[in-house]
Ligand binder design. Structure first.
Ligand SMILES: [Zn+2]
Length: 420
């Protein structure tokens, strides 16, 4: 094939995810379709995150950013995903039980597949499209931020830790394909509290990618095989503080940049390093997170003029999950269980007004009357649910639960939503 034809085939305009943006728009990517949830009751808002604030502070021009200037990505299609993922893996996601395993949210296993596809996987495909688009925008503008994505536990053939698609691998492989003249060496800086074992598997023997991963070695995923892909490994222990963290970041980022001399940087900026995060187990203050981001941006952009993509890496692993168990609805749209019907309004009111910004609300139907009354009903016997009555509202992974009459009072439900 002639070289010109090849170049044409790989022209960025051939990639539907690489949309053009207006001069009045900032390379900040987000859309309402990112939100995972059921019944439209979710309430996740990007402006609430400390991540967002720190970025805005770095840019020093908060007034310039409005909803209208934010870039909305396209959804990554099956064809897009197949450039990295195996068919076998993508097919496995057709089964709710596999999605539940990947996302580590057990109630998903009992949801019908079409709901999981529409309400869980589709938002993740939008976020994946956003990460891929960020690559193009960073080349045009010098930097780009996806307020989502950063699914660093997913590789081409395996999901896990709430990561269903390997968006970081896809981002980099697309850059190598469509911008082969400009992007030859990519540095990944992964500062999420967890080891980024997904893309590490994908780039195990790839010299075009240099991985700097700084993570708490005492928490998930303990992936020893993947560790051999890390060229600059900074292992932290529980309760690492700002001083130690920022010093290690400073030294190791400088070292990685000088040793590898990348022409592109991918920054995975998880905020689970914050003190009090139940999973990260590190003690970084909000101010420390701001300084962290400033170190990365200033070393890459100000000192080296390197294009950089930042993903916020805020998976469901950092969220509080509330599950409402109720009787399935009939053709008329009403549950057969009168208590569940009575609780609908107060629950909806509480969710609308008080679901925390990091909260995800999931409604799970336990079946028709006969299957619920059966003493072998899995919702009664399963050690993770152990239901005795419906409706029941639980905060997943905690002992907090409200049952039957307690769910008739909006104020009681609001208390469940409050932070401890
Ligand atoms: Zn994490």
């Amino acid at each position: 094939m002639a070289l010109s034809t090849l170049n044409e085939l790989n022209s960025p305009s051939k990639n539907h995810l690489y949309k053009d943006i207006g001069l009045d728009q900032w390379p900040i990517i987000y859309c309402a379709n990112y939100n995972i949830g059921f019944l439209g009751m979710e309430k996740l808002h990007p402006f609430d995150s400390s991540k967002w604030r720190s970025v805005v502070r770095f840019l020093r021009d908060a007034q310039m950013i409005t909803n209208a200037t934010i870039v909305q990505p396209n959804e990554a299609t099956k064809e897009d995903l197949l450039t990295v993922h195996t068919r076998r893996y993508l097919s496995s996601l057709k089964w709710s039980i596999n999605v539940a395993r990947v996302l580590e949210v057990a109630p998903i296993a009992v949801l019908p597949s079409f709901l999981v596809q529409r309400k869980v996987l589709r938002p993740l495909r939008y976020q994946t499209g956003g990460t891929i688009l960020a690559g193009k925008l960073a080349l045009e503008r010098g930097w780009a931020i996806n307020i989502g994505g950063g699914f660093h536990h997913c590789s081409s053939d395996r999901g896990g830790g709430f990561c269903a698609y390997a968006d970081l691998t896809l981002l980099i492989k697309n850059l190598f394909t469509y911008y082969s003249d400009r992007v030859k060496k990519v540095l990944i800086v992964d500062l999420d509290a967890h080891q980024g074992n997904g893309y590490e598997h994908d780039f195990l023997n790839d010299d075009r990618v240099f991985i700097m991963d700084m993570y708490n070695r005492q928490i998930y995923p303990h992936d020893h095989e993947a560790k051999s892909a890390i060229k600059c490994k900074v292992e932290l222990t529980n309760h690492t503080n700002d001083k130690t963290y920022l010093r290690l970041l400073h030294i190791n980022l400088e070292k990685s940049l000088n040793e590898f001399r990348p022409d592109f940087v991918v920054y995975n900026a998880g905020t689970d390093i914050l003190e009090g995060d139940p999973l990260g187990n590190l003690n970084i203050t909000p101010e420390g997170v701001v300084v962290r981001d400033e170190i990365v941006f200033s070393k890459c952009i100000r000192d080296k003029q390197l294009p950089i993509v930042m993903c916020t890496s805020d998976g469901i692993e950092h969220k509080r999950i509330f599950v409402l168990f109720s009787g399935s609805k009939g053709k008329d749209g009403h549950s057969w269980c009168p208590d569940c019907v009575a609780a609908e309004k107060p629950i909806e009111e509480a969710v609308k007004s008080s679901l925390p910004s990091n909260g995800v609300f999931i409604e799970c139907f336990v079946g028709d009357r006969a299957s619920w009354k059966d003493t072998n009903c899995p919702f009664r016997t399963d050690s993770q649910t152990r239901l005795t009555d419906i409706p029941t509202l639980v905060e997943w992974g905690t002992p907090k639960r409200l049952v039957e009459r307690e769910l008739l009072d909006t104020e009681t439900i609001k208390i469940l939503f409050e932070e401890d």
